[in-house]
Design a protein around this ligand. Structure first.
Ligand code: NDP
Length: 315
């Protein structure tokens, strides 16, 4: 099968990828965008987005991504619901393969593969998550299944606070397991958490064990790091909200990354260490990680790609 040739290949479909697609399409780069395994990215598992400028009354995350996609399509972006599984950045054009073994030769590549939820690493955690046994990394996706039940949320960032608040409207009790004596979440989110009578915060606690019976979560065992006290809490749902890791594994042989895997870009640009390969969004940003900053860097990547292709005389 002969390889398909493209001026601008965009990998990923969060705010960064779609913004890159809008700019690249309007610049007539005729981009192809591969959505990856989670079309729409992390905003698909978010409820209200209140801090994206332009949506004055707020917007639901999935609706916002529909809007981004429709805007990219309006200018002709070719959107494909496939996953890029392998890349070879050793020569020009760059070579990329999809999960259906299509080979693509791209003059420029924009990486906007985002980041994915982290797990605690407990023995039965990921199994119970994949079998629907009661462990989840997404309250919005799975909270409904625990209606009228008691659940736990681990983490103390904005995601954990958001998940606890969401669950507090559905579940009877929400136990929030916080490993330190303070939360990392923004003050406004913390205030909302503290106001909810059915959210119980367990400070200085780590989850030791997820208890299960017949493949279903029945409770958790906590260990207090200050007092060494152990507590067993009966819950049927266990939500892990402890941050994310960048989806950059397939690029690691070619691109410079930090120790966590975030792609390193050159100062004031989206350029990576490989000519013609640009990175945007959460795949290269462990500091801001906002939809609006991801969109901003997606725009930068498309402008950088356009200039690069122009300088090379490709477009
Ligand atoms: P963060 O990295 O901000 O927070 C992760 C939390 O998980 C921390 O409180 C951390 O604890 C805790 N944690 C990490 N590992 C463990 C562990 N092994 N056991 C127990 N706890 C653990 O991630 P978030 O996903 O919350 O947020 C990411 C970014 O997205 C942030 O910038 C946030 O502001 C933003 N965001 C904004 C939202 C909004 O504006 N509506 C909504 C959601 C996220 P510790 O504090 O002790 O390190």
């Amino acid at each position: 099968m002969s390889a398909e040739h493209v001026n601008c290949l965009i990998i990923g479909s969060g705010p960064a990828g779609y913004t890159a697609a809008i700019y690249a399409s309007r610049a007539n780069l005729k981009p192809i965008l591969y959505t990856g395994p989670e079309p729409g990215g992390q905003l698909m598992i978010t409820t209200d987005v209140e801090n994206y400028p332009g949506y004055k009354d707020g917007i639901m995350g999935p609706q916002m991504m529909e809007d981004f996609k429709a805007q990219a399509e309006r200018f002709g972006t070719d959107i494909r619901y496939e996953v890029i599984t392998k890349v070879d950045f050793s020569s020009h054009p760059h070579k990329v393969w999809t999960d259906s073994d299509t080979e693509i030769h791209a003059d420029s590549v924009i990486i906007s593969t985002g980041a994915s939820a982290k797990w605690l690493g407990l023995e039965n955690e990921e199994r119970l998550a994949t079998t629907g046994g009661g462990v989840s990394a997404c309250a919005v996706c799975d909270g409904f299944f625990y209606k009228g039940q008691d659940v736990a949320v681990v983490g103390a960032g904005d995601t954990a606070a958001e998940e606890a608040l969401y669950l507090s409207n559905i579940c009877t009790k929400v136990h929030m397991v916080v490993r330190r004596d303070e939360m990392r979440a923004s003050k406004i989110m913390q205030a909302r958490v503290f106001k909810k009578e059915n959210i119980i915060v367990h400070w200085n606690n780590n989850t030791k064990t997820i208890l299960e019976e017949d493949g279903k979560v029945t409770g958790i065992e906590l260990l207090n790091s200050k007092t060494n006290e152990e507590t067993t809490i009966p819950v049927t749902g266990f939500f892990v909200a402890i941050g994310h890791k960048p989806n950059t594994g397939i690029f690691k042989d070619w691109l410079d990354t930090d120790e966590t895997g975030y792609i390193i870009t050159k100062a004031d640009s989206s350029k990576t260490n490989v000519e013609g390969v640009f990175a945007s969004g959460d795949a290269q940003d462990h500091v801001y990680r906002q939809a609006v900053t991801a969109a901003g860097t997606g725009c930068m990547a498309a402008l950088d790609a356009e200039r690069y292709l122009g300088e090379k005389g490709i477009v």
